[in-house]
Every structure is written in structure tokens, then in C-alpha cells.
Design a protein around this ligand. Structure first.
Ligand code: PLP
Length: 386
């Protein structure tokens, strides 16, 4: 019969997906459930992007694309990053860029430093590729960012990568150029460590954004930048992301991709090209909308007894400390707390343990004002009695 490979012995469907599916199932039963659990903008994909996809399909761009991406899209990405086409790969979402990179580089037991809180998939992808995630907790007191000292302490001869995500999912933390410089000074002393910088929330920054490579150009030969259209352009379903890195690394990732998907969807690549080349004023107005929602959510949560919510600098999540509220309500941990909220108040949010930092919860504010208002009042209502 079926037996799991040891590589994926404990791999499960992501807790975020499970929770969202549970919320959908309750809704299908007729329960009034609000989900603030997923990380996708509620805005539609821009119309000119959809038109470009339609035109591409009608023009016959429906055949196998080049494995590493269409030349047009790779060149547009290369130009934005000041590199050549050979240093760019287009994949089926930023997620596949991460998977390609780990599959292409990790040997059994290689270590990957993952500062927590981290996007849930990081540790699972590392484990799936045979690596060992080395989770470094970064508390709210340190603004959820890894310090040079804790980075230095986590590096061993087996370290293959560090994964940096700025702006961060789930904390919204953004590393300033100065903070990046300080981390780069540590990494400069450890040339065996590669640096993955996931900048998928670049355009959703409410403070100045600094790209790691511009702060540490001398490390360029070890840096893989991950980015894509999912979050900035509301294109989560089109599944287009990309990696920008040294040509040898990109070639190896292309070899992996060639055996997994053959390459990203041709029509979606035409759509992504239109997004990059089209009017970007939309990014600005959407960011302003999210900024206003952020301020509302932070204020509302900080008014609830037992919740301490820092203001995120980027992305569209808040990651408050809820230990006070947990204690008052008699919940043993953040997962119980979230289960209680879903059960008693019909609100789905994600426990911090899914991001490697228990005692917190993640709420997404990429939802309509009406949903946010309803969700926030449910939290206030249920916690006020405790
Ligand atoms: N990186 C981070 C930090 C994310 O939050 C996400 C999506 O949630 C991704 C990558 C994956 O994006 P994509 O939809 O392009 O696969």
C-alpha cells in the first residue's frame, strides 16, 4: 500500500488553507462566518491585464512556453532588476521559485535559517527538499526582525541559506537599509551561506522599501530575489512569480522546473508582462486603501483588552500578541484561541504557531471595509466579557 516518503513524513496541508476550508465548510452549513485568514487582495485583477491575456490566447500564445519563461517577460524583469535574461526565471508563483531554489541546492541535512515569524510555507518547502529548517524566534520586542547577533549564532558549517522576507508575512516588518547592512556584514564573513530575499510585498510598503541587494551589492553572487505579481497586482490565481539570481543558480532552478511544470502558463505570462508594463498608478491608490485599513484595524485591536497590536510597516497583515486575551478567556494556546473565535464568534483568523511564533494571531486586512468592521466587532464583543 501507500507509504509516505520520509522527506514528507509530517507534511500536511497548510494550517491557513485548512482553516479557510473549515470556515468555508461552516458557511456552507449555513453558519455566519467571516474569514480574515487568507493573504490575497480583495481587489480585482486590473482590466488591461485581463485584456492582454485574452489577446495573447487569441494570438496563439497557447503552446508550451520556454522553460524559464517567455523572453519578453524575462527581459522586462531583468531590466527592472538591472540584470541579464540569464539571471531571471519565471515560475508558477513565487512559491515555485522557493521550491525550485531549495530542490536545486539542498542536500540531506543542509540547514536553512528561517527567522520566525515566517510565512508558513518556508519551513515546509525546506523540509520537503530534504533540508532542516533552523527557526530563529524574533520577538515583538525586536520588531519581529532577526538581529546580527542571532544570525551569527545560528550559522553553522551546514548552513546553506538564510531566508529573509521584507515586508514580512505575517508581521509586516520591513528591514531598513541600515538593518540590512548590519546583517550583510555578518553574512560577508560566511561565504558558504546563500541569501534568499522574498520581496513579494515590495509594492505594499507604508515606509520606504529597501531591496536587500541594493544595501549589500557585494553579496550579489549569493542573493536570490523572489518577487511576483500575486500581491501587488491582485493576480494570485494567475500563478506568476520570478527569481533573480546568479546565472548558475537560475540554470539549476530551470532544470528542476523543467521536470515539474515545463514552465509557467503562457497566457498568465502575457498577463504579467502587461501588469509590469501598464499604468502603475493603480498600485499607489490600492496601497493607500490598504494603509487606511491598516490604521483602522490596529486601532480597533489595541482597544480590546488583552491584545497588543504593533503597526506593520508593510504587507496586509497584523500580527498582534494575544497572550493577555488568551489568559482572560481561559484558552491554553493560540490555536485554541482561534478555534474558540471560529466556534463562538464565527471569525476565522490564523494562530501564530503556524508562523513559528505562538502567542500571536494573524489577521489579514486585505478584505472589504464591511468584512473588517464585522470581524473586528466580533473580536471586541467576544473578548469584552472576559
Ligand atoms: N512569499 C510570501 C511571503 C507570501 O506571503 C506568499 C503568498 O502568500 C508567497 C511568497 C507566494 O506567492 P505566489 O502566489 O506568487 O506563489
Amino acid at each position: 500500500g501507500f507509504r509516505r516518503a520520509s522527506r514528507i513524513a509530517s507534511l500536511e496541508i497548510s494550517e491557513i488553507v485548512q482553516l479557510t476550508e473549515h470556515a468555508a465548510a461552516l458557511r456552507a452549513e449555513g453558519r455566519d462566518v467571516i474569514a480574515l485568514s487568507t493573504g490575497e487582495p480583495d481587489f480585482p485583477t486590473p482590466a488591461h491585464v485581463i485584456q492582454a491575456a485574452h489577446a495573447a490566447a487569441l494570438a496563439g500564445k497557447t503552446r508550451y512556453p520556454a522553460t524559464a519563461g517567455t523572453p519578453e517577460l524575462r527581459d522586462a524583469i531583468a531590466q527592472r532588476n538591472g540584470v541579464t535574461r540569464a539571471e531571471v526565471i519565471v515560475s508558477t508563483g513565487a512559491k515555485q521559485v522557493l521550491a525550485n531554489a531549495m530542490l536545486a541546492s539542498l542536500d540531506e541535512g543542509d540547514e536553512v535559517i528561517v527567522p520566525a515569524p515566517y510565512w508558513t510555507s518556508y519551513s515546509d518547502i525546506v523540509a520537503m527538499a530534504g533540508g532542516t529548517p533552523v527557526v530563529v524566534p524574533c520577538s515583538m520586542a525586536q520588531s519581529f526582525k532577526i538581529t546580527p547577533a542571532s544570525l551569527r549564532a545560528a550559522i553553522t558549517p551546514k548552513t546553506r541559506w538564510i531566508m529573509l522576507n521584507s515586508p514580512s508575512n505575517p508581521s509586516g516588518a520591513i528591514y531598513s537599509a541600515g538593518e540590512q547592512r548590519a546583517l550583510a556584514d555578518v553574512l560577508a564573513k560566511h561565504p558558504h551561506v546563500l541569501i534568499l530575499v522574498d520581496e513579494i510585498y515590495e509594492h505594499l510598503s507604508y515606509v520606504p522599501f529597501s531591496s536587500f541587494k541594493s544595501a549589500a551589492p557585494e553579496l550579489a553572487e549569493r542573493i536570490l530575489i523572489v518577487n511576483g505579481v500575486s500581491k501587488a497586482y491582485s493576480m494570485t490565481g494567475w500563478r506568476i512569480g520570478w527569481g533573480v539570481g546568479p546565472a548558475a543558480m537560475i540554470r539549476a532552478m530551470g532544470a528542476v522546473q523543467g521536470q515539474v511544470t515545463s514552465g509557467a502558463c503562457s497566457v498568465s505570462q502575457a498577463a504579467a508582462l502587461a501588469a509590469l508594463q501598464g499604468d502603475e498608478s493603480l498600485l499607489e491608490s490600492r496601497r493607500e486603501t490598504l494603509h487606511a485599513r491598516r490604521d483602522k484595524v490596529v486601532a480597533a485591536l489595541n482597544a480590546v483588552p488583552g491584545i497588543r497590536c504593533p503597526t506593520p510597516d508593510g504587507a496586509f497583515y497584523v500580527f498582534p500578541d494575544v497572550t493577555g486575551a488568551m489568559q482572560r478567556g481561559g484558552y491554553a494556546n493560540d490555536a485554541d484561541f482561534c478555534a474558540g473565535l471560529l466556534d463562538r464568534a464565527g471569525l476565522a483568523i490564523v494562530p501564530g504557531r503556524a508562523f513559528g511564533l505562538p502567542g500571536h494571531v494573524r489577521l489579514s486586512f486585505a478584505y472589504s471595509e464591511a468584512e473588517l468592521d464585522a470581524g473586528l466587532s466580533r473580536i471586541a464583543e467576544i473578548l469584552k466579557g472576559n
